[in-house]
Design a protein around this ligand. Structure first.
Ligand code: FES
Length: 162
């Protein structure tokens, strides 16, 4: 099952491990923010009134998701990786793909989920601050964990492939 983590505008309290990454007003000029939380590279998106935090580097091959655009795919807000156009659901980190169900007579293309591929992190908004709490990496493997390792942190996260 996917981890469903998104912003709560006025929570009871802030998690002990939450890290202040920005002010709410920082998202007025840009709808995305690249940051680091406890040595993990994160991107925070602000989309349709909600904040979503995901691992910065795409699960497929480490592409820079902070340079990706947001699109509605089958009713779900997704970031489109600028490198190979993989679609990742902001809310859950699921990878989406389009395919045909051969059992269906019409064989029209539909969107399917590959399951959770990109790690999401909890976002809490409190008193004008945006806080990120890293998800527990010990309970579930996500493909994006591969590119969240220390060896990638000092490497540049380059612009999209031309
Ligand atoms: S690196 Fe993101 S789609 Fe390939």
């Amino acid at each position: 099952m996917g981890q469903k983590q998104s912003a709560t505008e006025e929570p009871e309290e802030i998690d002990e491990g939450a890290v202040l990454v920005a002010k709410v007003e920082d998202f007025k000029t840009s709808k995305k923010l690249r940051t680091t939380v406890n040595d993990r590279e994160i991107v925070v998106f602000h989309h349709l009134g909600k904040h979503h935090a995901l691992d910065l580097r795409c699960y497929h091959s480490g592409g820079p998701l902070h340079l990706g655009e947001i699109e509605d795919i089958d009713g779900r807000a997704c970031v489109i990786c600028p490198w190979h156009k993989f679609k990742i659901v902001l809310e859950s980190g699921e990878g989406l793909y389009q395919g045909v169900d051969p059992r269906e007579p019409k064989r029209t293309k539909k969107w399917f989920s590959k399951g959770v591929k990109q790690r999401t992190h909890k976002v809490t908004v409190r008193n004008g601050g945006v806080y990120v709490t890293l998800s527990d990496t010990s309970t579930m493997w996500c493909d994006s964990d591969t590119y969240a390792k220390e060896k990638f942190i000092d490497q540049p996260c380059p612009d999209p492939v031309a």
